[in-house]
Design a protein around this ligand. Sequence first.
Ligand SMILES: *[C@@H]1O[C@H](CO)[C@@H](O)[C@H](O)[C@H]1NC(C)=O
Ligand SMILES: *[C@@H]1O[C@H](CO)[C@@H](O)[C@H](O)[C@H]1NC(C)=O
Ligand SMILES: *[C@@H]1O[C@H](CO)[C@@H](O)[C@H](O)[C@H]1NC(C)=O
Length: 806
Amino acid sequence: MEYQIHLMNFCVWLCLSIFIVQSAYGDVSYSIPEELKRGSVIGNVAKDIGLDLKRLSSRKARIDTEGNSRHLVDINLRTGELLVADRIDREELCSEKLSCVLNVELMLENPLELHRILIQIMDINDNSPLFTKDVISLEIGEHAIKGAAFRVDVANDADIGQNSIQTYALEANEHFVLAVRTKNDGGKYSELVLDKELDREKEEALTLILTAIDGGAPPRSGSVTILISVLDANDNAPVFAQEMYTASLLENSPTDTVVTKVSATDADAGANGEVTYEFSRISEKARKLFTLNEKSGEIKVIGSVDFEDESKYEIHVQGKDGTGLTSDTKISIEIIDVNDNAPVIYLKSLNNPVPENAPQGTEVGIINVQDRDSDSNRLIRCTIQQGVPFKLVPSIKNYFSLLTTGELDRELVTDYNITITATDEGSPPLSSSKVVHLSVADVNDNPPVFSKQTYIAHVTENNTQGSSVASVTATDHDWRQNGTVIYSLLPGEVNGFPVSALLSINGDTGVIHAVRSFDYEQFKEFKVKVLARDNGSPPLSSNVTVSIHVVDVNDNSPQILYPSPDGSSVMTELVPRAAPAASLVSKVIAVDADSGQNAWLSYSIIKATDPGLFTIGVHSGEIRTQRDISESDAIKQDLIVAVKDNGQPSLSVTCTMYLVISDNLADIPELKDRSHEDNSSKLTTYLIIALVSVSTFFLTFMIIALAVRFCHRRKPRLLFDGAVAIPTAYLPPNYADVDGTMTLRSGYNYDAYLTTGSRTSDFKFVQSYNDGTLLADRTMSKSCTADEPFGPCEEPETLPQPNLCK
Ligand SMILES: *[C@@H]1O[C@H](CO)[C@@H](O)[C@H](O)[C@H]1NC(C)=O
Ligand SMILES: *[C@@H]1O[C@H](CO)[C@@H](O)[C@H](O)[C@H]1NC(C)=O
Ligand SMILES: *[C@@H]1O[C@H](CO)[C@@H](O)[C@H](O)[C@H]1NC(C)=O
């Protein structure tokens, strides 16, 4: 090396010497390489210029540098050689100038001489290529395509020419190659050219070493580290951890309950890898129930979750990264039922009202129970309250029939509030109940019922027309018109009179009015039937007997049947002379149409031909001899008898009884007179004879009959010890039909008067007056019950035989 420089220096020196020779008194120039050691000889300037060595010192030869530049060269006065005085650095003196010339002057005095010396400084390769930075940082997006070029900062080499940077070299790598370009000015720069695409997800950064090499000999190099950061491109979509998520959620879960959490990852970096979540497909319903945290992916409850509303939700969630790459996942949320719904009872139909005569098992209603829960939470038991005549019978599915279990009676229970309870099988069970109001409709099943079994009314005879006589009431428990009672009299006849001619009834009140004035002697007692009918359809009715008892008023005088009261016929009784004392002579027969006390007759003789001869039974009317008849007694005896009833006031009549004391009717001459007096015809006489015969016959018959009866019954009381025939012709006409037995019982007419009508009172009276005892009462009691003294009562066997019998 040293040798080379010397050789070169020599050559330069040789050339310059030639140059100096050619310009003898001009300038000299030398060429030296830079960086010569101090003291190195550049050339012998004295010689080259032709100066006398010996005089150099004396002439004070010296080197002047232009300006006050550093003193780089000097002259050896002794040898006249130009020497290197200081370090000569071409790069410092000339930097990049291609030719670098150092101008110095050699100055001599005595005489002043000035020589210009040009020293050409030659470059040597003393500088390495140098990059401005130690590390070059490049950021390259991963999406950069093949062929993309990235310029790298140029390296510098202070040397020039061949010593400057000639080439670059890049460390081998799989992505980049180096391209060296030449600038317009001839300068060179390098570019990294992408040969294989980058993938940040594989390699986030690359380190490359770029080396610059100059052309010196030996060459020098400098290198730089290129740090390539691969910039992310959003080339990855988010990926969900699960393709599908399933979650289950209890219904009624409180808000903020976490249902599930989705998560997606994105291989990209930064914003490109930041995933946000949102619902991509969701029903309106679900949107109100669930919320999605867009950052965390957590799905929470925000509404009230109702299994009965929807039991399953399907939601699609989308994950999205910074620049909008997305992916989807499906979330299936199953709602778990909670027993939160009580059963509901629906009344599907109700036959209201139900008629009370509906047979047992009649379906009155249909009930449906529903529970919106599921499984066992919707299994329902249905019960009905106790104590009502209804039951529930399961029908198809959740239907129940409400049936009657017995007969209904509106008159007992008019309406029912039936409580039906439905309970589900959940835990805890829920239940609900419903009250079914059911009315019982009336059916006309109750007839009117009279308040008494029979009615007895007493009405005083001679009453005013229209006076109220009696009142009946009947009740009917049915409803409204089915229970409205209307009264009417059943048509019929009483003694030939239509009932309507006697009585009328107020259809609404049941008050019975007399249509006419009653006469006890005509109607002692009669019965009518009152009908009570309701207004139903068909109507029901019942009837009751009303006994009307006409109460007697003493409005009838006693009536003498025998003897003829007005004396129109000759009534003469024959009294045998031999008749002993107290023998029955005759009998006054009188009747009173009244009854009771009003018909209780008493007899008295108010005037007699011989007052001491005859007496009359006060109550029997029997005329008896008081003493034996003597010869002295007059043949004709007349008695005036008064008959008086016991009414208040009492009424009385009188009659005259003609008696003849004789053993033979023919003996009596006066009879003719009397016949004459009595103004009787022959017919009358025959009539009397006939009557007497009939009476006698009848009397005999009766005696026999009664004797037989007496013997049988051993009832000695009713001795028939006297009777007088009574001609039917004498009977008052209005008595005839009382019991329609006149023809058969003409002889008992009197008895009949007393026993018809009000039997009790009259009968008792008659008995007591006949016998002075109350025996008949006992007889009555035997054959009559106390409750029903009339209807079923048989006629007492011991018919009273009043006046006639004694
Ligand atoms: C049924 O309920 C109604 C109304 O709640 C009430 O007026 C009626 O008296 C009740 N009937 C019975 C029989 O309890
Ligand atoms: C009366 O009874 C009949 C059946 O006998 C019934 O149809 C009717 O509705 C009832 N009337 C009332 C007012 O209840
Ligand atoms: C009166 O009632 C009886 C029994 O109570 C009955 O047999 C009769 O037919 C009824 N008469 C009328 C006319 O309704």
